[in-house]
Design a protein around this ligand. Structure first.
Ligand code: DGL
Length: 274
């Protein structure tokens, strides 16, 4: 029996999902979070569907041992490749990041031309195109795989002229299609937001699905009667717990640099055993 004061499970292939966890912390301050970053096996974006499904199910299995009440797949690649499998397996409400991002892009575009950047897996699965077309089939969606961006973010090269040049190679094509909306279709990319904004200019609206995912999570918890309604008291244990499959210290440093709270210590777990 799931209780409303149980934590929410959030996972990603690495640090990218922290951009989603950050929005959940900001928008749903009464909710607890158990985060898992698969730092030993990142990146997922160049791997096959079978592998991404297997990894996602192992992580779901691990997060279930933490007594979670709902699960957020804070990774576009895992959402694109494994959302139905995870939903079937989890035995609790599950949301991904693609649908919420697609909805806001479909609602806000003015000229009907939407660009999407993501990993190879996300773009080749046509995840955003399908989600946007199920809302409005007349919209034009142009996808661009950007396989080099995740390693650059994982390395911390977010303000670097090399990253700018690589970004420009990826974005040039999209800009030629006269897009007015660009979906940051990988949870690592909001960390490059200021560079991307500078390169695409003010006429292109950036959509960060992390924000919409937090809103969707709030609606879903309300619908399911799972929203936490008791403010935490001082004696309660720390509300956010972090687990990784490798390099816990590096992850902790990074998480502390982008989250509005002190992360404590991320713990390493043997994810292959789940
Ligand atoms: N952050 C992930 C995403 O949203 C994937 C990055 C990767 O592991 O390739 O797609």
């Amino acid at each position: 029996m799931m209780t409303s004061d149980a934590p929410i499970g959030v996972f990603d292939s690495g640090i990218g999902g922290l951009t989603v966890a950050r929005e959940i912390m900001r928008n749903l301050p009464m909710e607890k979070i158990v985060y898992f970053g698969d730092t030993a096996r990142v990146p997922y974006g160049n791997k096959s569907k079978a592998t991404i499904v297997r990894y996602s199910l192992q992580i779901t299995n691990f997060l279930r041992t933490q007594g979670i009440k709902a699960l957020v797949i804070a990774c576009n690649t895992a959402t694109s490749m494994a959302l139905p499998e995870v939903s079937e397996f989890a035995g609790m409400p599950v949301i991904g990041v693609v649908e919420p991002g697609a909805r806001v892009a479909a609602e806000t575009t003015r000229n009907g031309r939407i660009g999407v950047i993501g990993t190879r897996a996300t773009i080749s699965a046509n995840a955003y195109t399908n989600a946007i077309h199920s809302i409005n089939p007349s919209l034009n969606v142009i996808g661009q795989a950007c396989p080099m961006l995740v390693p650059l973010v994982e390395e911390g090269w977010v303000h670097d002229h090399v990253t700018d040049e690589i970004l420009m190679r990826y974005l040039d094509d999209l800009l030629e299609h006269d897009i007015d909306t660009l979906i940051l279709g990988c949870t690592h990319y909001p960390l490059l937001r200021s560079a991307i904004k500078r390169l695409v200019g003010n006429q292109v609206n950036l959509v960060n699905p992390a924000y919409e995912t937090a809103k969707e999570l709030e609606r879903m918890l309300g619908r399911e009667g799972l929203a936490s309604d008791s403010p935490r008291n001082q004696d309660e244990p720390y509300p956010y717990r972090f687990f990784v499959s490798d390099e816990a210290e590096k992850f902790t440093d990074f998480a502390n640099s982008i989250l509005p709270v002190d992360v404590g210590r991320a713990r390493m777990i043997p994810i292959e055993e789940y």
